[in-house]
Design a protein around this ligand. Sequence first.
Ligand SMILES: [Zn+2]
Length: 313
Amino acid sequence: MPFSLFSAPEREASHFLGFAGNTIDRQSEKRSDDSALLALAEPSARLLIVMQGRLLLDFANGSADPYFALATARALGIETGQAILLGRADDKPILAVAATSDVESLPANLKALDFRSIHMQGLIDSAGLGALAQGAALLGWHASHGFCGRCGVATVMRAGGYKRVCTSCGAEHFPRTDPVAIMLTVSGEKCLLGRGRHFAPGMYSALAGFIEPGETIEAAVRRETLEEAGIRLGRVVYHSSQPWPFPYSLMIGCFGEALNEDISPDTAELEDCRWFSRSEVRQMIEGTHPLELKVPPRYAIAHHLIRAWAESD
Ligand SMILES: [Zn+2]
């Protein structure tokens, strides 16, 4: 079989993941310091409004609309001076703003829902979920970077929200994306799944951990699997990646090939960790497992890693 370097973009595994469908033209080379204010002045501008980890949705027309006109946002008492510019979609500027309003005091047609519920219930389309991931990650970064990491003085937003600058020492600070390795370890017809102490009843998932400074993706996959399960890995391959706005991670999904099968779980992290046969995993995906064991929901990259292995030859 000839070696194939590329697959078609619509066949990339990342294409099918939640929060991965962003279609915004970011125009990153055109970000001026006043770009967010200029965008807000355009009548077609639309705002995503994030309040306390929830996205505001308008149900006035039956379906959920996450995009608000500037006048509507202001009528709700939302301060738009710190709005960030995500880019343009359908030639409209798309912005995101954090609101501090009391979620309980919204008009009847508006609801603020957490990001996972929005995905689970299929309330907005893939492009909307992608815009949400971009906006929520940036707003999360701004919320925790109000002061200079070098000198401690207040910073101000610049470049439409893609930079903060210190008002004293002039240091520039850029938005973070924190890489997390998530890996499905396989050995023949079995895969390795673990149960964290905070998981929903019956749920098992792929192991995961933050990639550390100075580490390759593959090295992080091998280290985390050894630390959490005592399993050494041989070959590691990349599968897909997923923006994960909790608060600003990038999940990097891989498969790892186990070199040993004797599990030595990290009991501080995991309540249980064991091998599952392919047929058992298929039952978990289909919701037919006799003990009601299950895998994470479709919005999670772990679901897709596990499904890709379960359905592979
Ligand atoms: Zn400073």
